[in-house]
Design a protein around this ligand. Structure first.
Ligand SMILES: *Cc1c(COP(=O)(O)O)cnc(C)c1O
Length: 345
């Protein structure tokens, strides 16, 4: 293995990590500072983060009668799943290309990792193969990112239902990009007790807080709570997240703007004959360099030398050869990126 590498973005237009480019208005920042000032940093946090959880239930309109557990980012929740479901002969499964942490956390915790390839043209499920491999390997945990990262597409409720019906363990539907799509698998929580939904506040605009959550059947959540380290959500995160969620309208407005700009960016990308861009339900767009003397890596380096950092995916999964991923930034940042790209290609 190698340690998770994060590119240095000092002084760059940073469109590599699906961060919301907007911050809070000045007026709210001072109110936020007041709130954070009153936090007792000499005391341990509320171990169950009960007040924060109540605010999340209300502000994020979580379904009634469902369990809720918080993690230091959803990455920590994936780690809790590995600890709770791991052991001899246990495996994680996912459909690739997808979020790399499912595979990495499986490896770190000694679980086997089963991969099913997505169809290469549109990244949809190969349903027959998926069901066949679930039945063969009996994975303890199946992960589906919906919308998927780094491809941006969504899978339908019918497809998710078919997979849930054959999962012998739990099915985790990772809705990290929920703010940017109308799709949610929430209705499945009532149909299947082994379906859990994972989300995060990272992509909505609070990536620095490190706060992810998992909802679903209370009994599963109670089992996972046994492997959660006490105080995993620090006092500053609890206070800041409560304040942010009480003002969640601001984040909804920002998400609406990012969704609009995503469509504009897709249109612009599609006008370049050397680019094949896929539609996206998330705050990023996957695109491939086609019919060009330049490789994706050369385009990536050239953008970087012009001060624009995106993500080069061409050294990863084979289905992503010559592919790059750009996060939707501010309207101005997107214009800079497009201008630089069009000057290169
Ligand atoms: C970004 C991302 C996450 C990680 O979220 P954190 O809460 O910041 O750890 C989880 N799942 C997917 C699919 C992501 O793209």
């Amino acid at each position: 293995m190698s340690a998770y590498h994060v590119a240095d973005a000092t002084g760059m237009i940073k469109l590599d990590a699906m961060e919301n480019p907007y911050s809070l208005p000045e007026s709210l920042l001072s109110e936020w500072a007041e709130r954070v000032k009153s936090v007792d940093i000499n005391r341990y946090p509320d171990p169950g983060a009960e007040q924060l959880k109540q605010v999340m239930r209300d502000q994020l309109r979580l379904p009634q009668n469902t369990g809720l557990i918080l993690g230091n980012g959803s990455d920590e929740i994936i780690q809790m799943l590995a600890m709770a479901f791991g052991g001899a002969g246990r495996s994680f499964m996912s459909m690739e290309p997808t979020f790399v942490m499912y595979r990495m956390i499986a490896a770190m915790n000694g679980l086997e990792y089963i991969n099913v390839e997505l169809n290469t043209d549109d990244f949809s499920f190969d349903m027959e193969k998926t069901i066949q491999l679930i039945e063969k390997h009996q994975p303890a945990v199946v992960f589906i990112a919906n919308p998927n990262n780094p491809t941006g597409n969504i899978h339908s409720m019918d497809e998710l239902r078919k997979i849930a019906a054959v999962c012998p363990g739990v099915l985790i539907i990772d809705e990290a990009y929920a703010p940017f799509t109308d799709m949610t698998a929430e209705p499945l929580l009532e149909e299947f007790s082994n379906v859990l939904i994972m989300r995060t506040v990272s992509k909505m605009g609070l990536a620095g807080l490190r706060l992810g959550y998992l909802i679903g059947d209370e009994q599963w959540i109670a089992e996972l709570d046994k492997v959660r380290l006490p105080y995993n959500i620090n006092v500053l995160t609890q206070a800041a997240a409560i304040f942010a969620l009480e003002n969640r309208g601001i984040f909804d407005d920002q998400a609406r703007l990012l969704r609009r700009d995503r469509e504009a960016m897709l249109t612009s990308l599609s006008e370049n004959p050397h680019v094949h861009a896929w539609p996206s339900e998330a705050n990023f767009i996957l695109f491939k360099i086609v019919d060009s003397k330049l490789s994706a890596t050369e385009v990536f380096e050239s953008l970087k030398s012009q001060g624009v950092l995106i993500k080069n995916l061409s050294n990863g999964h084979s289905a992503l050869q010559n592919c790059l991923r750009v996060t939707v930034g501010t309207t101005e940042e997107n214009a800079c990126f497009l201008e630089a790209l069009n000057s290169i290609l």
